[in-house]
Design a protein around this ligand. Structure first.
Ligand SMILES: [Ca+2]
Ligand SMILES: [Ca+2]
Length: 359
């Protein structure tokens, strides 16, 4: 990164805003009011109710709430379906992303995900009770505002937030087929669509490459037909020169969950690489890096009060993604029989350097 860019990252926010994830935000836990009141409150501060368009930014917001002692407050954000029931929008008219890992859920059969309040609930709240996952509520309830400074987007240089292509997953099938380039012939025809793949990208065997602005060069292999214990499917991944997938960013998680739904392999449950086998409560990936805890990664059991996973102690040491729990992380017994999502150890670069250029 060059010097100017790194200076840009040190963007200063006008009082009372603070920098969170490259945005200028103001969390006012003392102010309470309806969604409309909160929106007006933000406008008086040259802002708007915060727009949380990426999962990575959602993780930053959650992190800020927890590290600044705001964990008892519930907050209004900008998302609403006031103009048209069921069509959730931000203040600037852009669409709100639905599903995992943004919205809260009820673990029912079949699983149900918020928003579920119909015309009675048209405003989106990050409720402490629901672990700050998105939830629709009646707009006249009283919560606190999270304001975002309206000019902060033009100053921010956080590429994960700014350059994220909201509809990147909804490229039409023709485009997907044109862009797909990362399977051998054997795999062609089965589970082989990708979202955006560089023409020069090449994963090996049955791996598919996710190559987005915010998630680069990740080669994945989903096999819903294979089932095994965590150890067994880990061995399968290792035979393929890979490991059980390391889901290290919330945006990456979003693409994985979207892939599972788009390919209709969403009646299956999957293992990822996270485990606390070595030391109880210390969740690690295959490379010994720490697993990020909390929202928006980890799910919860719907009980009173709602408690976030992992909660299984020494009985449950492997991380599962269950379709009935909308693919949020849960700890499971490592002996459960689930399917692998493998990731290639050394993916080829999407743009390999040409040795013949400029000669
Ligand atoms: Ca509604
Ligand atoms: Ca455990």
């Amino acid at each position: 990164m060059n010097k100017l860019l790194s200076l840009g990252l040190l963007m200063e926010c006008p009082i009372p805003y603070v920098t969170v994830g490259g945005h200028c935000l103001f969390f006012d836990a003392l102010e309470q009011g309806s969604w409309q009141h909160s929106r007006n409150f933000c406008e008086q501060l040259q802002g708007h109710l915060v727009k949380i368009e990426t999962d990575n930014f959602m993780a930053d917001v959650f992190d800020h709430i927890h590290h600044h002692g705001l964990g008892d407050a519930s907050f209004w954000i900008g998302a609403n379906d006031l103009a048209q029931e069921g069509v959730w929008k931000w203040h600037d008219g852009s669409n709100v992303r639905m599903g995992t890992p943004f919205w809260a859920y009820l673990a029912e059969k079949p699983p149900k995900q918020e928003p579920m309040g119909g015309t009675k609930q048209n405003c989106c709240c990050l409720n402490t009770y629901y672990l700050y996952f998105f939830h629709d509520y009646a707009c006249d309830l009283e919560f606190s505002p999270i304001c975002e400074y309206s000019a902060s987007k033009s100053n921010a240089t956080d590429s994960s937030s700014r350059d994220f292509i909201v509809n990147g997953l909804s490229v039409n099938l023709t485009n997907k087929l044109k862009q797909r380039k990362c399977y051998n012939d054997e795999a062609a025809g089965e589970m082989v669509e990708v979202y955006k793949v560089d023409q020069t990208a090449a994963c090996v065997m049955k791996f598919v490459m996710i190559n987005e602005v915010d998630v680069k060069d990740r080669c994945l292999y989903f096999n819903p037909l294979e089932k095994g214990t965590w150890q067994e499917v880990r061995a399968i991944c290792e035979q393929l020169q890979g490991h059980l997938v390391k889901i290290d960013t919330a945006n990456f998680m979003k693409y994985i969950v979207a892939y599972i739904h788009d390919h209709e392999i969403d009646n299956q449950d999957y293992w990822n690489g996270a485990n606390d086998l070595e030391k109880e409560g210390s969740w690690r990936w295959h490379d010994d890096t720490h697993v990020t805890m909390g929202t928006p990664f980890w799910g919860y059991l719907v009980s009173l009060p709602i408690v976030q996973e992992p909660g299984g102690g020494t009985e449950e040491n492997c991380c599962c993604m269950m379709h009935t729990l909308l693919y949020y992380f849960h700890d499971c017994s490592c002996d459960a029989l689930l399917s692998p999502i493998c990731e290639l150890d050394d993916p080829p670069p999407a743009n390999p350097p040409s040795v013949l250029s400029d000669i």
